[in-house]
Design a protein around this ligand. Sequence first.
Ligand SMILES: C[S@@+](CC[C@H](N)C(=O)[O-])C[C@H]1O[C@@H](n2cnc3c(N)ncnc32)[C@H](O)[C@@H]1O
Length: 266
Amino acid sequence: MASSLGWRSFALFHVNHCGVFLKAVRSNGLSLFPWGHSPWRGTGSFLDPEMKAFLEENTEVTSSGSLTPEIQLRLLTPRCKFWWQKADLWPYSEPYWAIYWPGGQALSRYLLDNPDVVKGKSVLDLGSGCGATAIAAKMSGASRILANDIDPIAGMAIILNCELNQLNPFPILTKNILDLEQEKWDLVVLGDMFYDEDLADSLHQWLKNCFWTHRTQVLIGDPGRPQFSGHSIQHQLHKVVEYSLPEPTRRENNGLTTSTVWDFQP
Ligand SMILES: C[S@@+](CC[C@H](N)C(=O)[O-])C[C@H]1O[C@@H](n2cnc3c(N)ncnc32)[C@H](O)[C@@H]1O
């Protein structure tokens, strides 16, 4: 399995461990959350208090250094102790949700600048991570949102991030949606999800099905990762917009300089 996410200055995790972790989670795909295996609906008050305290203690609220300064997020930053500690001291699965990835940044910027793309529409944010793109969709007037991530801790982080932005949390699904019967969505957004070859293949199949069955619009944000640029999906993409990444994001992402939003049209 080849995974191209560069943790680089993110001192916690070595890049080679990422794919192994994801494969393990994908194989069971079940939520460890108290609200189980169906989309969560409710308010943040149902958050496990211990986990909430852990997340609050070990992340920093920030809105700087990304393409969307209007969205506040709890992220792992150099001011957090785990930024500097050894990976194996982190007690949970690898915190992809604690980084705001360049692909998600581009998508969120695009949705905030072009609310007509989501206004009144149903939107699935697949691989939501910190939830920023789902939050951008909500801010731009989407009528229905589902944030999906196989990491149950991402689900908690998304709830906290909704609250930070004065939004009622939207439904969150921590099951592997690729294994479920496909629902109809007006729009599916995927930020930085093509970082692993096996995952890229599965997503491609799933998205083709989504497009042909429901005529769903699919927008993909990607900063030019090899698993995306070298994938056969390239023949079915139309460039929507390319953003220059802010300096802090460049530093955290091995010198990637731009991130692009693509429209998938098989
Ligand atoms: C690189 S992060 C991107 C997060 C976010 N979209 C962003 O751009 O900031 C990839 C995320 O996809 C999630 N993920 C991986 N495989 C998945 C799958 N099959 N279904 C849903 N989420 C998945 C991971 O847990 C992780 O949070």
